[in-house]
Design a binder for this molecule. Structure first.
Ligand code: ADP
Ligand code: ADP
Ligand code: ZN
Length: 216
C-alpha cells in the first residue's frame, strides 16, 4: 500500500502515521523526521535544511525531492510506504507522480486529515516530541504516561524549536499557499480520501482504517 498523508501542520499526521505504519506494516517516511535526524548529525543536508526549518519555510524542492526518491528506493519500500509531510508543493507532487509512473506503480490514496485552522495553534504549541523515535505527544490531549518520558522508547520528550506561536503562523501561511493546492491535485486524479481530524486520536484512526479498508 502506498499512501500520502495530507493536512496542515498539527493535523495529526505524525500521530496517525505511527498507528497506520504498525497496522499495515509499511514504513513511515516523514521528511521532517529525516531532516531533523540530519540536523542532529550535522550532515551537509542538515546544515542546509536547518535555516529553512527554523523559520517555518520549506526546504527547496530539489533537495527534498532527491532525498525522498533515494529513500523510496530502499529495500523496505518494496511493498509500500506511508509518506508524511511529502509532497508539500505541486512540484513535489509532480515529481512523485513521475517517479511512480517510471516504475509502473501508483498511489493507493492520498489521505487528508481535515482540521480547521482554528484548532492548530493549541495543538502545535502544546506538542512535545520524542527526539529519538519521533513520537508525538500533547501536554493536554495526549500526554506521555510516564512524566515527560516517551511511551515507546523512554527518552525525554522535548518541544520543537519551530513549534512557537510565530513560526506556527508562518508555517500555516506556507501551508495555505503551497500545500493546500495538493488537495485539488489529488482530487482531480480521483485519489483523495478525507477523514475528520477534529475527533479524538483513536476516533481519527478508526476513520482512517475505514477509508483504507479495515474495520477495527
Ligand atoms: P509538521 O509536523 O508541522 O507538519 P514536519 O515535521 O513535517 O512538520 O516538517 C518540519 C519542517 O521540515 C517544515 O516546516 C519544513 O521546513 C521542513 N519540511 C518537511 N517536509 C518538507 C517538504 N516535503 N518540503 C520542504 N520542506 C519540508
Ligand atoms: P502533524 O504531524 O500533522 O504536524 P502531530 O501528529 O504531530 O501533527 O500532532 C500535532 C499535535 O496535536 C501533537 O501534540 C499531537 O499529540 C496532537 N494531536 C494529534 N491528533 C490529535 C487529535 N485527534 N486530537 C487532539 N490532539 C491531537
Ligand atoms: Zn521515543
Amino acid at each position: 500500500m502506498k499512501i500520502v498523508l495530507l493536512g496542515p501542520p498539527g493535523a495529526g499526521k505524525g500521530t496517525q502515521a505511527k498507528s497506520i505504519s504498525n497496522r499495515y506494516s509499511i514504513p513511515h517516511i516523514s521528511t521532517g523526521d529525516i531532516f531533523r535526524k540530519n540536523i542532529s548529525e550535522n550532515t551537509p543536508l542538515g546544515i542546509e535544511a536547518k535555516g529553512y526549518m527554523d523559520n517555518g519555510q520549506l526546504v527547496p524542492d530539489e533537495v527534498t525531492i532527491n532525498m525522498v526518491k533515494d529513500r523510496l528506493q530502499d529495500e523496505d519500500c518494496t511493498s509500500g510506504y506511508l509518506l508524511d509531510g511529502f509532497p508539500r508543493t505541486v512540484a513535489q507532487a509532480n515529481a512523485l507522480n513521475e517517479f511512480l509512473i517510471s516504475r509502473e506503480e501508483q498511489l493507493d490514496t492520498s489521505l487528508l486529515i481535515e482540521v480547521p485552522i482554528g484548532f492548530i495553534l493549541e495543538r502545535m504549541t502544546g506538542r512535545r516530541v520524542c527526539p529519538s523515535c519521533g513520537a508525538s505527544y500533547h501536554i493536554k490531549f495526549n500526554p506521555p504516561n510516564n512524566d515527560g518520558k516517551c511511551d515507546l522508547c523512554g527518552s525525554e520528550v522535548i518541544q520543537r524549536k519551530d513549534d512557537t506561536v510565530e513560526t506556527v503562523k508562518e508555517r500555516l501561511d506556507v501551508y495555505e499557499n503551497q500545500t493546500q493546492p495538493l488537495i485539488e491535485f489529488y482530487k482531480s486524479k480521483n485519489l483523495l480520501s478525507v477523514v475528520d481530524g477534529t475527533k479524538a486520536i483513536n476516533e481519527v484512526f478508526k476513520g482512517i482504517c475505514k477509508v483504507l479498508g479495515s474495520n477495527d
